[in-house]
Design a protein. Structure first.
Ligand SMILES: *[C@@H]1O[C@H](CO)[C@@H](O)[C@H](O)[C@H]1NC(C)=O
Length: 236
């Protein structure tokens, strides 16, 4: 397994259910207090990359819960921080306490194996954990990748620190004073139906904690579809 792919896997986890408890209140403007809560955690092997249909990325610190765990399967005094989506495939054929780990009403982390093995022992398979939401830490600025075609600009927003995900996005071209709202397409992809080809572009992002950042002229005039642009700005 190539080191780069392992690193990507370590950071990804899927979480079923719990997000709605703290997240889905649109009037929330500041992060919820970070408290420890209970869940279970399993792992997946290989280098699966989550293609999340849920759009909400968040970061969690996770530790094996020694009060509830078989101590043979728990690594003491270690936490691991993961980026999680609210996507964890439910399995209706299995009960939620035996195989259907991601079925509704059960907080659960399905983690990349290297991350899971920092807190659990392989033979355990599933361990009780304590988890706490933490701000996402990212290196460098927010990134934008432009796909699509004239009249359909699909912009992937990545490397979002702090809250981890975006609630709304607007675009402005250099020959206009108007911000045009973009629509969320899937995951962290947003689209605009305007023809933005050959225009210098600015983006305005509002994150899920309600903070707004303006990325002035982050995309230069000569851009092409398929290109990525790294800004110097980041959420804190
Ligand atoms: C979109 O705008 C560019 C630049 O103004 C232009 O060259 C192109 O023909 C337009 N695309 C369509 C499909 O009208």
């Amino acid at each position: 397994m190539a080191p780069a792919r392992v690193a990507a896997g370590v950071l990804l986890a899927a979480i079923g259910f719990v997000l709605s408890v703290v997240a889905d209140n649109p009037t929330t403007t500041s992060p919820q207090p970070f408290v420890w809560q209970k869940a279970h955690a399993t792992f997946y092997g290989g280098t699966r990359r989550l293609r999340h249909d849920g759009w909400r990325l968040r970061c969690y610190k996770i530790a094996c819960d020694r009060k509830r765990a078989d101590l043979l399967f728990c690594k003491p005094g270690v936490t691991v921080t993961v980026t999680a989506t609210n996507f964890c495939p439910p399995n209706d054929a299995l009960p939620n306490d035996n195989g259907g780990w991601c079925n509704p009403s059960r907080p659960h982390f399905d983690m990349a194996q290297p991350a899971w093995e920092k807190i659990g022992v392989y033979r355990g398979g599933i361990i009780p954990v304590m988890y706490q939401r933490v701000p996402c830490v990212k290196r460098g600025g927010v990134k934008f990748r432009i796909n699509g075609h004239d009249y359909f600009n699909l912009v992937l927003v990545s490397n979002v620190a702090a809250a981890g995900s975006i609630k709304s996005m607007d675009v402005k071209s250099s020959n206009s004073d108007d911000w045009m709202p973009m629509a969320r397409d899937w995951g962290a992809n947003w689209h605009s139906l305007a023809n933005l080809t050959n225009k210098m572009l600015s983006f305005r992002l509002t994150n899920t904690d309600g903070h707004i950042l303006v990325f002035n002229n982050v995309v230069p005039k000569g851009w092409n579809f398929g290109q990525s642009f790294v800004s110097k700005l980041q959420f804190y």
